[in-house]
Design a protein around this ligand. Structure first.
Ligand code: IMP
Length: 427
């Protein structure tokens, strides 16, 4: 069975790209299956540091075919900027990136609406990245979206379709007392992009099915994380896509029988960008320490990430949602150097013990985390040993997490470089 799925286990930014990149040599095709330019994925190699937003981060190996899957919402202008950036870093992209004709398009009015919706939420904004993701998925689901396949149409049809979609958005802008955007100008811009985008656009679902028959091996790369999933996350403080295993299938066109392995990526602590409940958040010096040591600032927006202890209640929920085979635990180096470290084992709500992750944001907000305190350890930044050679207390921490979550920690990352990775089993 040819597919490995990589999903975020927490609120995003777990270090998925590093794991995708690490495992990519054993795969032929990488498919990003949801989200859009709201994501920020960083890969560090001997040649340098590469930032990905919409283009799958498995691209760096020359044999790899990269696909922006049908579940994504693609910002074409941002895509070209990202492509240029990769090319300027010496990455050969020629013929190696395809975009699903069914992927929806993020247009300028979606970004304007995203910001208007945030202001309209008054004191409870979600903390959206403002990349137009929510409004683009709204249009998709109300069947008024614009898909990448549009670039294959004759110019007059592109113009008409884009114009009518922008006018539709303009009616919403008017309802929010915002000035309309020029539908003619945007439609003309899209017509002018036809020749650039047409070669990238393919009906990727049947193409991937054929590749499967040819025996190709797939990496299905998720963005964001389970707790930001539109269905399963801390709604409404979520993104608008399916970041969990279901999204990997609907967002690629592969099916459950193709899946060999599901790997959930978890930071050895927890971070969250934007608003919403976060029971183990540390608003003290330790939180500040984690932020500085872990360089916890958003790749896409530069916003400081909120930091806190590892949360077993949330992790167990996310592991079960995704049917995880393995956990990749990242940034173990960042959580070293403390006298003691804490792991949240359960919550308390109204004096009662809570072991089940509450899905009502207000209820989760009211939960108090209850911790197990473990001894800390020191990890040499240049550590290059095996799992068995890690400090005993670090191993105790890792094994505590795997026992409580109920999933083997198969990979440990203790630095951004490819070499700072420990594989315990079955790599
Ligand atoms: P949106 O998807 O840009 O609308 O943002 C919705 C929520 O998801 C906000 O809290 C964002 O901070 C969060 N979010 C979106 N993309 C990412 C990501 O790649 N990493 C972490 N958080 C994200």
């Amino acid at each position: 069975m040819p597919a490995t799925i990589i999903v975020g286990g927490q609120w995003g930014d777990e270090g998925k790209a590093k794991v995708v990149d690490y495992l990519m040599p054993k795969h032929d095709v990488v498919v990003r299956f949801q989200g859009g330019a709201n994501a920020g994925h960083t890969v560090v190699t001997d040649e340098g540091k590469y930032a990905f937003h919409q283009i799958p981060s498995g691209l760096l190996y020359p044999h790899v075919q990269a696909v922006l899957g049908n579940g994504m919402v693609v910002d074409p202008v941002a895509f070209l900027v990202e492509l240029e950036e990769l090319m300027s870093h010496g990455v050969n992209v020629e013929g190696r990136i395809l975009i699903s004709s069914s992927a929806h398009i993020v247009m300028q009015p979606h970004k304007v609406l995203d910001n208007l919706y945030e202001v309209d939420r008054n004191k409870e904004p979600i903390g959206s990245t403002g990349k137009g993701i929510g409004p683009a998925y709204c249009n998709k689901h109300s069947r008024k979206g614009l898909r990448m396949g549009v670039f294959r149409l004759p110019r007059e049809e592109i113009f008409e379709l884009v114009r009518s979609r922008v006018e539709d958005c303009n009616r919403l802008l008017e309802a929010y007392n915002a000035p309309p955007l020029s539908a003619e100008q945007i439609a003309t811009d899209f017509v002018n992009m036809k020749d650039i985008f047409a070669p990238f656009v393919v009906d990727t679902q049947p193409m991937l099915q054929e590749m499967r028959l040819e025996g190709r091996r797939f990496m299905l790369e998720g963005a964001q994380g389970a707790l930001l999933d539109i269905d399963h996350g801390t709604y409404p403080y979520v993104t608008s896509s399916s970041c969990t295993i279901g999204g990997a299938l609907t967002g690629s066109g592969l099916n459950i029988k193709d899946v060999e392995r599901v790997i959930g990526i978890f930071k050895a602590y927890t971070t969250r960008v934007g608003n919403g409940p976060f029971p183990t958040e540390l608003k003290d010096d330790i939180g500040e320490d984690l932020r500085e040591k872990g360089r916890e600032y958003g790749t896409t927006t530069g916003r400081p990430r909120r930091c806190g202890w590892f949360d077993v209640v949330a992790a167990r929920y996310s592991a079960r949602l995704n049917g995880l085979d393995d956990i990749a635990l990242t940034k173990l180096d960042v959580i070293s150097g403390f006298d003691t470290v804490k792991i949240c084992t359960h919550y308390e709500l109204d004096g009662k013990r809570v072991d089940r992750f509450p899905l009502e944001a207000s209820m989760l907000e009211a939960c108090t985390p209850i911790y197990e305190e473990l001894s800390g350890w020191e990890l040499d930044p240049a550590y290059s040993g095996s799992y068995e050679e890690l400090p005993k207390k670090a191993r105790t921490y890792v094994e505590y997490i795997e026992n409580e979550v109920g999933v083997k920690v198969g990979f440990i990352s203790h630095g951004p470089e490819r070499k700072s990775t420990i594989v315990r089993e079955k790599a």
